[in-house]
Design a protein around this ligand. Structure first.
Ligand code: SF4
Length: 184
């Protein structure tokens, strides 16, 4: 072993290699909550070919790194989305897709949809638009990759450290809260 490399340096090297691998293998659980889901097939298939960036779909939360919320979110669906997020392994990332996840969009005064996704889950990247085109979706993923590289994609840590706050905000809109505890 090179005597000029100490423990701290070798940990730094491991972190760099790890974040490089993570950012180039983003496995996505696409939760098709709104109309934006219709942009996912062209993003993933041959025309835009998101897989060249290491982005690919996965069928279960336990296999996924990225939770993609593709539009407006009914409070009834929010409960399932929270459950799916909590089943994912850390580090994990959330992308809010479309205006509806940012401020409610055209459903801003609806009685049964949420307005701001980051009140309930830690959103790392928002992609605006109604609906965002595949170019915008890919650009959102590239932004996430940059954040993973520079260590700022840390929403999952924020969620862990502020779980009580998130829980209280989640329970304000989900009245029939009956879910297993978050198992870290
Ligand atoms: S942002 Fe527009 S396209 Fe996306 S879910 Fe809302 S209304 Fe639909």
């Amino acid at each position: 072993m090179n005597p000029n490399i100490n423990d701290k340096d070798s940990r730094k090297i491991v972190d760099i290699i790890q974040s490089y691998a993570q950012k180039h293998s983003l496995w996505v659980l696409a939760y098709g909550t709104g109309c934006g889901a219709i942009e996912i097939p062209p993003t993933m298939t041959s025309r835009y070919d998101a897989e060249r960036f290491g982005i690919t779909g996965r069928p279960t939360p336990r296999m996924a790194d990225v939770l993609l919320i593709t539009g407006y979110l009914a409070t009834k669906t929010l409960k399932r989305v929270i459950r799916s997020y909590e089943q994912m392994q850390s580090p994990k990332y959330v992308i809010g897709f479309g205006s509806c996840t940012i401020n409610g969009g055209m459903y801003w005064d609806s009685y049964n949809t949420i307005k701001s996704l980051d009140h309930y889950l830690p959103v790392d990247v928002y992609i605006n638009g109604c609906m965002p085109r595949p170019e915008a979706v890919i650009s959102g993923f590239v932004k996430l990759q940059e954040m993973i590289s520079n260590g700022t994609a840390n929403g999952w840590e924020k969620y862990r450290d502020n779980l009580d706050l998130y829980r209280s905000q989640q329970k304000e809109v989900i009245k029939n809260w009956q879910m297993p505890d978050y198992n870290w």
